[in-house]
Design a protein around this ligand. Sequence first.
Ligand code: HEM
Length: 415
Amino acid sequence: MSLVMNSETSGLDLVGKLLDPASRADPYPLYAGFRALGPVWIDEISALVVTGYHDCETLLRDPRLSAERRRHFDAAREADPYPPDAPSSVRQPWFLSMDPPDHTRLRRLVSRAFTARTIARLEPYAARLVDDLLDQACERDTFDVVSGLAYSLPVTVICHLLGVPAADERLFHGWSAQLTRQLDGFSGPGDDGKQWAGGMVELHRYVNELVADRRRSPRRDDLISELLAAEDGGDVLGHDELVSTIVLLLVAGHETTVNLIANGVLALLRHPGHLAALRADPGRAPAVVEEILRYDPPVQLTARVAREDLHVGNAKAPAGGLLILLLAAAHRDPEANRDPDRFDPGREQVRHLGFSAGAHFCLGAPLARLEGRVALAAFARRVREPRLVADPPPYREHINLRGVSELLVGHGARG
Ligand code: HEM
């Protein structure tokens, strides 16, 4: 897609184009258009769009901004979308959307159970899973990387970690697809709040039962039991906080990691030299993952609400206004990364905000990195002479959690 910018092109024009599903395959020229405008307040959507790397990074750490996005949206949204008999946990906000001190308290408690050591122990399990998935996928001359590899890995790993019975995993595939809208926050046209509300209620009912079961018979080897036992100076997670956190872990880590793996395979297939280098040296996988998080990030943007009037460059956001931080545009700010439009896992320094920054820095980053590394290294090692069947592949409608709906790959022999 090419974008012709002229002095008349406004922020609103660019937002209109971004909402158009035709932009999904390559929104980067639009992001460059936003960067050319600088920070810009767009009255029609009551939002200030920020694309500079330094600005985004600074704002993510600025206490004058709130992560309680409901402050901005509530007035515009319908009232409570949940039925009266929904479990109370469904109305418990995620700590992703909380500010200190509540955010600090919950995050600290969850961090006690969701530790780097717990995650590192998962590597052999994830590696076996990826090998099994690729065994099955490579049986066919052409396979879909999304359904055959990227989709299953994160949901199976997080269910295993939490202690969700394997037989119930398939339930999560359906829920996850419905709930991504909630997390996306910027779903494309046709968004209907009721669609995800039903999925959310079902998932909460399921997790409520799971927690009740673990209370009756605690185990020592799963994250739900560890979250139940997590304690910080006498403080513990309340029941609804616990259920809501488990739902957050299930949802936040799924579509994001699917996109990391699929975007990674896509970039490697478009740059066969880097694919060959990864095949020759699997030790390059962490650098490939970091470059994907920069070049084609699974989370394209995040948002905050101004607590008070504030200025970014020459633009001003009034108190209550939304700040849209276009992370994917910031990653291609030439002041942050040299030659930013080039996919180059060999770059000396990669600067990205793919996991955000500041207090809300992704809690699941070690898990996402592990899964991305294991999946991409195995793809390079196992799939011989891979080629893209369609380029560009089809994309889902999500603007924020942007990703392909299908990634068909033909290949030569079985690895
Ligand atoms: C927060 C990205 C995988 C759990 C975030 C944020 C981003 C992000 C950008 C912060 C949003 C903001 O500042 O508004 C990603 C990406 C992933 C990924 C790109 C995959 C490639 C995961 C996984 C999990 C997870 C696997 C857990 C299983 C969380 C949680 C938060 C979070 C709990 C909230 C942290 C807080 O508010 O303190 N993630 N994430 N994420 N992520 Fe991830």
